[in-house]
Design a binder for this molecule. Sequence first.
Ligand code: BDR
Ligand code: CA
Length: 334
Amino acid sequence: MSNPRPYPVIPVIYDTDPGVDDAMALYFALAHPAIEVLGITTTFGNVTVEQAATNALYLSAIAGKNVPVTKGVATPWCRPPGVPPAHIHGVDGLGNLPQRVPVDRSLDPRSSAQFIVDMARARPGEITLVAVGPLGNLSLALKLEPNLPQLLREVIVMGGTILEPGNVSPVAEANIWNDPHAADQVFTAGWKLTMVGLDVTHRVILPVALFKKIADHHQHVATDTLHHAVGFYAGHYGSLYPHVAEIHGCFAHDLLAFIYLVNPELFSLERGRIRVATQGLALGQTIMKRKELADYPQAGWGKDVPVTQVCMEVQAEACNAVCEKTLMAPWLAR
Ligand code: BDR
Ligand code: CA
């Protein structure tokens, strides 16, 4: 579980739509000694962007972490807006919390896209952007600053799928499907990009019992909140997947983007050019060109499409262990 990177702490902007697994991932990032969260940029997705921003402020405040939070895009770039999936994350995005403690925090006034651009310009080549919601903030940031791919160190996206069936259609994953035009921009922008999609996130199941253990250990409102939210979320996955119900757990989705960041050796990668289907039955499908030698008559697959690293396999038990070790450590403000 060592940090294999040549520098001690990785500065990160976390682009998110919290969301239960987004909350898990946030707490992992805040708890991990090798990650410095510079800001939380919110977007619509699991909830409205207003609720996402409220949740990001709330989750960081109750954990005692004073991280800037911004509000970002409220709707997809081109397709009509959808309805947030309250049956998965709850109406409030955190499993319908019975109550919230009062917190006194307010938003950074910048838009999420402007915040990303400002931070990247201020620290060129240093920042990793971890994006775990629909990709509208990143695509807007690209419009504000076309050199963003050179200014960011790396982009890690939780989204998409190559071989695993989709979760919103037979071929599409929710984050990409929610804003496929923005996603296609992100996959063709030319940054160092890693996709952490359903091929790996559907292999890692986190039991609710782990979050109970973490909550019992810390006796803190933040980990109680997470435990509650994960219990609700697990109910959804259990109703769909018998092998998940057996464990009484949920998929690790967004959390895996951060585990990839700190423990890339737990993942097997394939490299290929990726485009996103922006219309028709395959809307939101992430299609990878897996045969580089093929010279297709279909336009859009030339060498000008940048190569993405895609996580195809993962050491699931080791990921569970990294999650447990990180969240059991003393990271919460008292
Ligand atoms: C992704 O969609 C959202 O529901 C989750 O937060 C995750 O980012 C999984 O498909
Ligand atoms: Ca998410």
